[in-house]
Write a protein that binds this ligand. Sequence first.
Ligand SMILES: [Zn+2]
Length: 219
Amino acid sequence: MASARVTCRKRPARRPKSAFEGALDLLALIRIVFLRKSSDALDLLTEARLERRFRSAQRELARLYAGYYVAELLAELTEPGDPHRELFLAAERTLLALDQEAPLAETVLRFEAAALTQVGHMPALAQCVACGRPVEAVDRVPFGMTAGGVLCDQCRPGRRGVVSVSGAVVEAIRRAAEIEDGGQPLVIEPAIRGELRAVMGNYFAHLVGHRLRISEHVR
Ligand SMILES: [Zn+2]
């Protein structure tokens, strides 16, 4: 019977676990050590330690998409190897807030505003982007997608890529950029959320040259 046991012994069906398996999870916060290779070779990962998992991935589809959207914005707005400490910290705070059941629409808009501020593309919202005159966020406001902000009545004519945006949406974006942790919380009225998503999706599309893949899933 001993010989039968030997012939029945099989190779393991799965390869042995990699040293990093479990640590390299999507949207997880990981501390890594790697060796930088030349520009045309992949860097060599030598250590990976999981600091925090993105738990929303298993719980709620809308929060999972919001997490993907954070990752997509980081990829689109930064260059590989170009560190942005404040932007990284904002992304980390956002993923944690999504995990802690923070309100979704407000959390996403705050990250968008933080990201735009960090990369220097926050639209002008209180002054005309062309001439600097104050523009009040009342009723509807002309917003130049290409120009990068609101326009006064004198500067609007003849410009391309101008859309009419409600004053409430302009005000929500402005507040999201200025709000501080621990201050008065940001509240986005449900009535303007659809328009807000459309405006942000349009603005990012103008900024990076194409529509973001995840943005249409973020409601
Ligand atoms: Zn103007």
